[in-house]
Write a protein that binds this ligand. Sequence first.
Ligand SMILES: *[C@@H]1O[C@H](CO)[C@@H](O)[C@H](O)[C@H]1NC(C)=O
Ligand SMILES: *[C@@H]1O[C@H](CO)[C@@H](O)[C@H](O)[C@H]1NC(C)=O
Ligand SMILES: *[C@@H]1O[C@H](CO)[C@@H](O)[C@H](O)[C@H]1NC(C)=O
Ligand SMILES: *[C@@H]1O[C@H](CO)[C@@H](O)[C@H](O)[C@H]1NC(C)=O
Length: 177
Amino acid sequence: MLAVVIFGVVLLSSVQVETKFKSLHCTNYNKTLGEIKLCKIKAINRYRNSISIQFRQKTTVHNVNMRLELFKRANGWRPFLYNISFNLCDFLSKRNNMIVRLGYEYIKPYIPITNYTCPFKKGHLIKVTDLEFDIEKFRIRFPIETGEYAIQLSFIVARIVTLTLNGSAEYYNYREH
Ligand SMILES: *[C@@H]1O[C@H](CO)[C@@H](O)[C@H](O)[C@H]1NC(C)=O
Ligand SMILES: *[C@@H]1O[C@H](CO)[C@@H](O)[C@H](O)[C@H]1NC(C)=O
Ligand SMILES: *[C@@H]1O[C@H](CO)[C@@H](O)[C@H](O)[C@H]1NC(C)=O
Ligand SMILES: *[C@@H]1O[C@H](CO)[C@@H](O)[C@H](O)[C@H]1NC(C)=O
């Protein structure tokens, strides 16, 4: 295992790595609950971009379940690595899911309030600003091959999917000449 990690690090330092968001979709299925104010990809330069999302709560919500699904593109989108459901309120108060915690630690620098807890109050603006995809942080833990990947987050209130956020990113590398 250690050998694999060391090999990975050596390999990584000898190639140029590039990751960019390719798509972003925010779909609101219940306008009574809230409103998507922003959902966009912004170019930083030719090689880098970032995403920003804002959602305004219109109703106080006491309990939210979430599903996190990963996909890899191979003749359409195929399930990849994780498909997990969890209770967002429990997670926010107990940080009780290791995989979710890794994702949360990653987005933390891009959200203004890091101590959200339930209920999600009416009028609240949930936002993620200029989130970049840093493949190095993922490669430390997961042996990700080049390709196109997608993540879909579904927010479930009273057993109904009310909001989905999904984005894809392309990861490729090339050797320096
Ligand atoms: C939208 O959410 C509200 C508040 O939870 C609920 O009363 C209503 O039934 C939902 N509408 C749909 C279409 O799911
Ligand atoms: C994830 O699991 C749910 C519930 O079992 C299922 O409905 C969904 O299709 C799965 N998603 C993927 C990408 O396999
Ligand atoms: C979250 O942190 C802010 C600022 O540090 C604090 O004012 C607020 O009371 C905290 N909220 C909760 C629910 O802990
Ligand atoms: C993301 O959402 C869009 C719009 O709902 C959908 O067309 C697309 O297939 C979704 N992507 C994945 C990877 O689920």
